[in-house]
Design a protein around this ligand. Structure first.
Ligand SMILES: Nc1nc2c(c(=O)[nH]1)N[C@H]1C(S)=C(S)[C@@H](COP(=O)(O)O)O[C@H]1N2
Ligand SMILES: [Mo]
Length: 421
C-alpha cells in the first residue's frame, strides 16, 4: 500500500492497495462501509409472477444507457461511413457483448444473404477455389479470444491540443472490443488451393460497397489467421462482418476484413488506399511509416474514468483493461498522483495472448484531488509511453497507433475528466 503523495510527505489519508479485501476491512472498521444496514421491505416484483420466457434475451431496460456512441467524423455526405464506440466505462470483465462491439464501416453494413455469398481464393495458387458458407461449415474450427482495435483508436487524444471535455472514456478509447471468435484456420483453405512458391502476400477484400481491401503477409495467414464465422458462440453479427470475416490476432483492426469474399494471392503487397494514405504513421520528417501491423501495449482505467463520478470519499475499486498485439500483458501499474509513484495492480486470470486483461486495485479515497494513470507492460518488454514520449515519435498530424498513458483527473467533488500532463 502506498500513500497518495509520499514524496511531498502530506498526510497519508488516501491509499491504494492491490489487496482489495484488507482496504475494505480497514474501511469498515473506520465506519466508511459501502453497504447500508438491512431494513424491512418487500417490492411488488416479489409478490406477483414475472414476465414470460423470450426467444432472444435483451438487457434490463434499466441499463438502456449502456450503448455505443455513434460518430460520423466524415459528416453526413460520407453516407454510412463512421464509427460506433464501445462504452468501456460501463462494462466489466473482458468480453464485449456482441451488441456493443465497436463498429467501423467505410460504406455501411451490407445486407448479405448467406446462401448467395461466396469466398474465392485465387492468384498464385494451383487450384483457384470458391466456397459457399454451407461448404465452409464442414471444415474444422478453432476458437480464439482476441481483441480487435482500430488503429485510429484514441485519436482525439493524439489530435486535440486540449482534451475534448464532452468525451467520456468510451468515446475516447472505445474503438477496441474483445470477443471469442470461432472459425476455420485460413491455412487449411490455402493449402487446399495449393500455394505457389513465389507467393508472399494475400490481398483480402470485403463484399461491402467500399470493397475494402488490405495486403496481409502470407506468413501471418499461415500462422494464426482465422476465417471467423462465430462471435461469442453465435454467428457473427452483420456489423462485425456476417457471414464471415478475417481475424488476425494482435493486428490492427483495419486488416481484419469483414464480409470477406476474396483472397488474392500475390508476390507483392497491393498498396491499397488503406495501407498508403490511411493507417500509416506520419513521421516528424514528413515520411509515412507503412505496415505497422501489431497493435502496441496499452491500458486504460475504465472505472473511475471520464463520464463517471465518484460519490464521496471512501473505498472504491480502480478497474481497467490492458492489452498488447505483441503477446500478453505482464504487468499493470497504477498511479494516483500523476505518475510520481506507482503500485502494481492485480491482473484477472487467465491472462491470454492478444486479449483484454482486466486489472484492479483498491482505493481508499480521502476526497482530495487525484490524477489516476495506468501503465501496462507486455511479455516482450514493451511499456506504454507518456503522451509526450508518444508525440515525439510522430508528426503532430499523426493520429494512428496512439497508445500513450491516459490521465484521469478526479476533483474534490469526485468529477472525473480527461487531462494531458
Ligand atoms: N470490408 C470491410 N472490412 C473492414 C472495414 C470495412 O469498412 N469494410 N473496416 C475495417 C476497420 S477500419 C476496422 S477498425 C475493423 C472494425 O471491425 P468491427 O466493425 O467489427 O469492430 O474492421 C475492418 N474491416
Ligand atoms: Mo480501423
Amino acid at each position: 500500500m502506498i500513500s497518495k503523495d509520499s514524496k511531498k510527505k502530506i498526510s497519508r489519508r488516501t491509499f491504494i492497495s492491490a489487496s482489495g479485501l484488507s482496504v475494505l476491512g480497514a474501511a469498515v472498521a473506520t465506519k466508511t462501509a459501502i453497504a447500508s444496514t438491512i431494513g424491512e421491505h418487500s417490492q411488488d416484483w416479489s409478490k406477483i409472477p414475472g414476465s414470460e420466457m423470450t426467444k432472444y434475451g435483451m438487457p434490463s431496460p434499466f441499463e438502456s444507457n449502456i450503448a455505443r456512441t455513434v460518430m460520423k467524423p466524415y459528416g453526413e455526405v460520407a453516407y454510412s461511413s463512421g464509427v460506433s464506440l464501445t462504452p468501456l466505462h460501463l462494462l466489466r470483465g473482458t468480453i464485449t457483448p456482441n451488441g456493443l462491439h465497436f463498429e467501423r464501416h467505410h460504406s455501411g453494413v451490407p445486407d448479405i444473404d448467406p446462401f448467395l455469398h461466396t469466398l474465392s481464393i485465387h492468384g498464385l495458387v494451383e487450384r483457384p477455389l470458391k466456397f459457399t458458407l454451407k461448404q465452409l461449415l464442414r471444415y474444422p474450427n478453432v476458437t480464439k479470444t482476441t481483441f480487435i482495435e482500430c488503429a485510429g483508436n484514441s485519436w482525439s487524444n493524439s489530435k486535440f491540443p486540449t482534451p475534448n471535455g464532452h468525451f467520456n472514456c468510451g468515446m475516447i478509447h472505445g474503438l477496441i472490443s474483445c470477443s471469442e471468435w470461432t472459425g476455420i484456420p485460413l491455412k487449411i483453405l490455402l493449402k487446399e488451393a495449393g500455394i505457389k512458391s513465389n507467393a508472399k502476400w494475400v490481398i483480402a477484400e470485403g463484399a461491402d460497397s467500399a470493397r475494402m481491401n488490405r495486403s496481409i503477409s502470407l506468413e501471418k495467414i499461415m500462422d494464426d489467421a482465422i476465417l471467423a464465422l462465430y462471435q461469442n458462440g453465435e454467428p457473427i453479427r452483420p456489423e462485425q462482418g456476417y457471414p464471415m470475416r478475417i481475424v488476425l490476432p494482435g493486428y490492427e483492426g483495419n486488416m481484419q476484413i469483414k464480409w470477406l469474399h476474396q483472397l488474392y494471392i500475390t508476390d507483392v503487397p497491393a498498396e491499397t488506399k488503406e495501407e498508403t494514405s490511411k493507417y500509416t504513421d506520419l513521421l516528424p520528417d514528413g515520411n509515412a511509416l507503412q505496415y505497422t501491423f501489431e497493435m502496441d501495449v496499452k491500458s486504460v482505467i475504465t472505472s473511475p474514468s471520464a463520464g463517471l463520478v465518484m460519490e464521496g470519499a471512501g473505498v472504491y475499486e480502480i478497474s481497467g483493461i490492458a492489452w498488447t498485439g505483441h503477446g500478453h500483458i505482464k504487468q499493470v501499474e497504477v498511479s494516483i498522483d500523476g505518475g510520481e509513484t506507482w503500485t502494481k495492480a492485480i491482473l484477472q486470470e487467465p491472462v491470454l495472448d492478444h486479449s483484454l486483461t482486466r486489472f484492479s486495485i483498491s482505493l481508499d479515497w480521502d476526497g482530495s484531488e487525484l490524477v489516476l494513470q495506468s501503465r501496462a507492460r507486455d511479455n516482450k518488454g514493451n511499456v506504454q509511453p507518456t503522451r509526450e514520449q508518444w508525440k515525439k515519435q510522430y508528426s503532430p498530424e499523426n493520429i494512428y497507433h496512439y497508445n500513450a498513458i491516459q490521465s484521469w483527473k478526479v476533483d474534490s467533488k469526485g468529477v472525473v475528466s480527461n487531462v494531458y500532463i
